[in-house]
Design a protein around this ligand. Structure first.
Ligand code: ATP
Ligand code: MG
Ligand code: FE
Length: 352
């Protein structure tokens, strides 16, 4: 079965083609293409929803043609059209859903709405070292920070999550306070390479809370206080402040992941979402897990942030495991707010 996946939940248009294998193994990625809107939103310091929707409209069909050409397939080769149904920006989601359903209707093919976070969560299956179930998942993206126990496709138990800002948000907001471009995570992390992580004493919220929840709002406030205190000296101390901020975020993520592994007794950790690209996080998790004989799996660097491959893959894995059935019903809806643990294990009826 050949699946076209379309991602348009935020500021990247991602399109990909995935093919399921006869032996039931991990579906194969045949082609993927991405257009990031980052440079367009940078002037505003964040995503402008209206501009995001308009740009998805411009990009999605040309990207679809590009992946078909790359895979050497024609439109008629597509068996299922998958799209991100939520969570995300409503207008942006509607573009992907609308185009997916229009394509499905035109080709006479069924469609399937996919959960964006399930896409992130399953994306490490496309890596050279795919995980096996069950595992603990650390989902760290721009809008979410969650620890989950994952028994299989569609079997997600939330162990803990952020009570305020997400880890990616903590990176981005701190970076903004330091005058770095949007999205600040990668910039802050680059700047931190030349800084002293011990230079500033920053809080590690909820580190000893005894549960698996996170809180990053206080860290952002502490960074704000430091930038004010530094005043004109900020420029000279920026690398130190970046390194200290990154160290605080990473320490909390590592310690809570280890606590989740201990609590569940599982020996496998899967990291997913944009912050999963962070070098320090990978180094520290690798070291801590090696000491505990825990295997860690990450998505390929290019598939940490939003992309179409993870959407096509999630659709393929749900269909393969019998959890979802694509349907030839093209009256679509989107779910801007949609908790992952609300995904039922039983087949989901398509919107009517
Ligand atoms: P969600 O998936 O929760 O809806 P999102 O789609 O915006 O949110 P992603 O695309 O998974 O999130 O990730 C984007 C986030 O990852 C941004 O906050 C960005 O700063 C962060 N990020 C990307 N690369 C790095 C890095 N190397 N270090 C730290 N943060 C990073
Ligand atoms: Mg993005
Ligand atoms: Fe995302």
């Amino acid at each position: 079965m050949r699946i076209l996946g379309i991602e348009s939940s935020c500021d990247e248009t991602g399109v990909a083609l995935v093919e399921t294998l006869a032996d039931g193994g991990v579906p194969r990625l045949a082609a993927h293409a991405l257009h990031s809107q980052i440079s367009m939103h940078q002037a505003y310091g964040g995503v402008v929803p209206e501009l995001a929707s308009r740009d998805h409209i411009r990009r999605v069909l040309p990207l679809t043609e590009a992946v078909l050409a790359e895979a050497g397939w024609t439109r008629a080769d597509i068996d299922v059209v998958a799209f991100t149904r939520g969570p995300g920006l409503a207008g942006a989601l509607l573009v992907g859903a609308g185009v997916a359903c229009a394509l499905g209707a035109a080709l006479g093919r069924p469609v399937l709405g996919v959960h964006h976070l399930e896409g992130h969560l399953l994306s490490p299956f496309l890596s050279a070292d795919p995980p096996q179930f069950p595992f603990v998942a650390l989902l760290v993206s721009g809008g979410h920070t969650q620890l989950m126990r994952v028994e299989g496709v569609g079997r997600y138990e939330l162990l803990g999550e952020t009570i305020d800002d997400a880890a990616g948000e903590a990176f981005d907001k701190s970076a903004k306070l330091m005058g770095l471009p949007y999205p600040g995570g990668p910039w802050l992390s680059k700047l931190a390479e030349g800084g002293d992580a011990q230079a500033f004493k920053l809080p590690r919220p909820l580190l000893h809370s005894g549960d698996l929840d996170f809180s990053f709002a206080g860290l952002k406030t502490a960074v704000l206080t430091q930038t004010k205190k530094l005043g004109a000296d900020l420029e000279a101390r920026k690398a130190d402040l970046a390194a200290s901020t990154q160290a605080a975020i990473v320490e909390v993520l590592v310690r809570k992941s280890l606590a989740a592994l201990e609590r569940t007794g599982l020996k496998r950790l899967v990291v997913a979402g944009g912050v999963g690209a962070n070098k320090l996080l990978r180094e520290q998790l690798n070291a801590a897990c090696a000491r505990r004989k825990v295997r860690v799996h990450y998505p390929e660097l290019a598939l940490c942030t939003d992309n179409g491959a993870m959407i096509a893959l999630a659709a393929a894995m749900r269909i393969q495991s019998g959890l979802s059935r694509p349907e030839a019903r093209y009256a679509f809806d989107v779910k801007p707010r949609w908790p992952l643990d609300a995904l039922a294990e039983t087949p989901q009826p398509s919107p009517t």
